[in-house]
Write a protein that binds this ligand. Structure first.
Ligand SMILES: Cc1ncc(COP(=O)(O)O)c(C=O)c1O
Length: 450
């Protein structure tokens, strides 16, 4: 193993070193994985070299400084090295019996996360795969709680015959909320959509009248960080309204929850601590390797009752603090080590600086593009920028040209019926020079677009 792991680390490090200058999008096809299932075993060292060769043409430099598509970070050094160790240790993150080390790391990292994100110290923390899983677990806890309050045991009796649960959610919710609602048996038609304001934050008058228009168990889905604009709902007012109507407030803060960790943006999340559950990602703005997300719940017992399972052979199950009681997975990668390492590497000030720098770079990007004649459609309050180059066809043509060019990568989106380039600055290695070079490339390509 020693030589093999050293070689794997060398290959990974060489790849990382190439990120600043390699084309962001891969140039060719990825054909090296095909062929018939081998009949005979192969030496691991040969497998490793073959794997690296086969993957190379299809690797996208998402971890690099000029990938601005989706909302994607690039794993920090200590977090990357921690995950190399995690693979080597091969620990099962199910509970403290299987890995006392994993349990201790998750407990420590969970406490740090809650402190940074300004959440109640008493909340439970589940180390899930990402925002989708965090929304699903948070809404499962919500489902459990609002139905229990109505005298219904949803884990035992399911939804058939249950009191109808109202799901009130902003029209600007992320699509993973809808998938979570499907998976939880509510169906997407259960959603009572609430209008959002010009930047995408929930309209409080509309929320109030929607809540007042019905009765019964109610879950309200709020958002910190609109995936297009970065806008954050007024969480204090929205949570207070929700609670006045006896509801459960869930906040999807896949990337936006990190605004709380930066003094300059924390006001956007005023009142965040009032919610009942929160979803957040590690692999976006914290720059932790995939996959890494967090679900927090203000009522740890509700969290565990909604998610835990029991089996006679499970030593240690049944404790609220069991890691497997808080996530959808049973056996899983010990995700807490990399999170602990990222937080240890950055510290409180480093996290604040990372968030602040990305916001500053997003504003710089917007200013450079606006100077070059582009239209910026959103208030750049966080790390997201929406850019138009005129009509939809021209904007899409510029997006496609940027993707082909390879200097940087960003995606297209539709916002309020119009097409935009969408920029997300989320990577710890991005510099002012990367932003200037990318903005210049985008403007050059826009100049020659039809
Ligand atoms: C607001 C929001 N919620 C949820 C998600 C889904 O997160 P993940 O891809 O980690 O499941 C995203 C992803 O961009 C998001 O921006």
């Amino acid at each position: 193993m020693r030589d093999l792991l050293a070689r794997a680390a060398e290959l990974a490090a060489a790849y990382r070193a190439s990120l600043a200058e390699r084309p962001v999008a891969p140039g060719g096809g990825c054909t090296g994985f095909g062929g018939p299932l081998p009949r005979n075993p192969s030496p691991p060292s040969e497998v490793l070299e073959e794997l690296a060769r086969a993957a190379e043409p299809g690797l996208v430099a998402t971890a690099g400084p000029r990938f601005f598509g989706f909302v994607v970070g690039g794993a920090l050094p200590a977090a990357t090295a921690a995950d190399v160790l995690v693979a080597g240790w091969d620990q099962n993150g199910f509970n403290a019996v299987l890995s006392p080390a994993a349990a201790a790391a998750e407990e420590a990292a969970g406490a740090w996360l809650k402190e940074l994100l300004r959440l109640p110290a008493t909340a439970s923390t589940g180390f899930v795969t990402g925002g989708q899983a965090a929304n699903t677990v948070g809404l499962a806890a919500a489902r459990h709680h609002v139905l229990a309050e109505a005298g219904w045991d949803v884990e035992r009796d399911g939804l058939t015959g249950a009191p109808r649960v109202r799901v009130v959610a902003s029209e600007e919710r992320h699509a993973t909320i809808d998938r979570a609602l499907r998976l939880l048996g509510f169906g997407t038609r259960a959603v009572e959509p609430v209008a959002a304001g010009p930047q995408g934050a929930i309209d409080l008058d509309a929320l109030e009248s929607t809540l007042a228009a019905g009765t019964g168990p109610v879950i309200v889905c709020l958002q910190a960080g609109n995936v297009n604009t970065g806008a954050c709902d007024d969480l204090r007012a929205a949570c207070e309204l929700t609670h006045r109507h006896g509801g459960w407030a869930h906040v999807d803060g896949a990337f936006g929850l990190w605004a709380a960790a930066n003094p300059a943006t924390a006001a956007l999340l005023d009142g965040v601590e009032l919610a009942d559950s929160w979803a957040c990602d590690g692999h976006k703005w914290l720059n932790v390797p995939y996959d890494s997300g967090f679900v927090f719940c203000a009522r740890p017992a509700v969290h565990a009752e909604a998610i835990a399972y029991r089996a006679a052979y499970l030593v240690g199950a049944g404790e609220v603090s069991g890691m497997g009681d808080l996530t959808l997975e049973s056996s899983r990668r010990a995700r807490g080590f990399a999170v602990w390492a990222a937080l240890r590497e950055l510290g409180r000030d480093g996290v604040a600086e990372l968030v602040d720098r990305c916001c500053r770079l997003a504003r710089r990007f917007a200013a450079a593009l606006a100077d070059g004649g582009a239209e910026i459609a959103n208030d750049v309050v966080l790390n997201q920028v929406l850019v138009s180059f005129g009509d939809d066809a021209r904007t899409d043509a510029v997006t496609a040209a940027v993707q082909r060019d390879g200097t940087c990568w960003l995606g297209g989106t539709t916002w309020r019926g119009r097409r935009y380039l969408r920029i997300s600055v989320s990577n710890w290695t991005t510099t002012e020079a990367d932003v200037d070079r990318s903005a210049a490339a985008i403007l050059r390509l826009a100049g020659s677009a039809p």
